[in-house]
Design a protein around this ligand. Structure first.
Ligand code: F6R
Length: 364
């Protein structure tokens, strides 16, 4: 049931602190300060390459994971949307792990890609939310998310749980390859364990987000910008807004703006900039200023320090708790979800059942 919430989507957004904690429990030994996998005997030490394949929001979780696998485990990562994967003759060598990410575990394109990779001799890992699904059954390494049933068509809690599993998998891979000191492992566990409280902190801004959602609800087009792991978040924010509010939205890598999309900027196109303070902050802010110099109306999503440093001149700001960069993608998922939600409610669309969409896409 929806409980006190008006829509399943809102209920599921609010479940995130609990379900992320529930998911992390299978992948972290908090007391020991160690990461772990549900199948400890699966040998990750021989993995030389990772191929990530998924669709939609699950694909964006995979995109975040690419940054993590490269950073922590130093393995090359290929990333494809499932509907393209089989049609571009992907090279899959021995020692490859093919990783499929899916809430439903039934998405036809992703399942077909899985079978193709299996036939090519890849080890198959799946991150799925439905443990009885086809993908779960066909995996060598099953990595369940424990988000519980997701009813809203727009994926929310499944996404943050996928990110939790993928961060833990990246750390496990790094460990298996001998790249993680005990201290680094303890730090990763500590940062991931902070995610549920940080998600609660993000949810506390729900009313503030609702209050500023009018500037987006009246727009025809909206742009989202981010850099590093916030780039997939920009893509996810745009997808969420499109699918439930029917407002045209695009996500771009912040640095890519000046290579074309900046031509779209005028006072009618709100630009949502996702920029937690951290090593990439200054670069993203300079891209934001390029937008402002052309009359663009910016909504900055950052933490208190980031908003102090760069919030002036923005039409609105959304303050997030200050978090470690590892968990920022989980935490910043909340404001983009809530913003899309409140805009859709303001526009009176069917939030839980957006037009033309199905929860599980079982045709290729
Ligand atoms: C967006 C959304 C879709 C799904 C996509 C993949 O909110 O829900 O983009 O993420 O259809 O579905 P799964 O994860 O079930 O493979």
């Amino acid at each position: 049931s929806k409980g006190n919430h008006r829509h399943y989507m809102l209920k599921e957004i609010y479940e995130q602190p609990i379900v992320v904690a529930q998911t992390l429990r299978s992948y972290l030994k908090r007391m020991e300060g160690e990461v772990s996998l549900p199948i400890p005997e699966f040998d990750l030490s021989t993995i030389r390459r990772v191929t990530i394949v998924a669709c939609g929001t699950s694909f964006y979780a995979g995109m975040v994971a690419k940054y993590w696998f490269e950073q922590f485990a130093r393995v090359p990562v290929d990333l494809d949307v499932a509907s393209e994967f089989r049609y571009r003759a992907p090279v899959m060598e021995a020692g490859g792990l093919a990783l499929f990410i899916s809430q439903s575990g039934e998405t036809a394109d992703t399942l077909a890609a899985l079978r193709h990779a299996k036939a090519e001799g890849q080890k198959i890992a799946v991150v799925v939310n439905v443990p009885t699904s086809s993908m779960a059954r066909e995996a060598d390494l099953l990595l369940p998310t424990h988000a519980g049933p997701e009813i809203g068509v727009a994926s929310t809690k499944a996404f943050t749980c996928q990110l939790a599993v993928l961060a833990a998998l990246a750390a496990n891979l790094a460990k298996a390859k001998g790249l993680l000191s005990a201290e680094q492992e303890r730090d990763i566990v500590r940062h991931l364990a902070e995610a549920p409280a940080a998600l609660n902190g993000a949810l506390a801004y729900d009313e503030a987000i609702q209050a500023m959602s009018g500037v987006i609800a009246s727009a025809r087009d909206v742009l989202y910008l981010g850099r590093g792991t916030d780039y997939p978040l920009a893509l996810e924010g745009a997808l969420k807004l499109k699918e439930i509010s029917y407002i045209h939205a695009e996500g771009y890598a912040a640095g890519e703006m000046k290579h074309g999309p900046i031509a779209l900027i005028d006072e009618h196109v709100p630009v949502i900039v996702i920029a937690p303070s951290g090593p990439l902050f200054d670069k993203t802010v300079s891209n934001m200023q390029e937008v402002q110099a052309r009359g663009g109306k910016v909504v900055l999503i950052s933490d208190y320090d980031g908003i102090q440093a760069a919030g002036e001149g923005c039409i609105a700001t959304i303050t997030m708790p200050k978090v470690h960069p590892l968990i920022a993608p989980l935490v910043y998922a909340v404001p983009v979800q809530l913003l899309a939600y409140h805009v859709a409610v303001a526009k009176g669309t069917d939030v839980d059942q957006p037009r033309n969409l199905a929860k599980s896409v079982t045709v290729e």
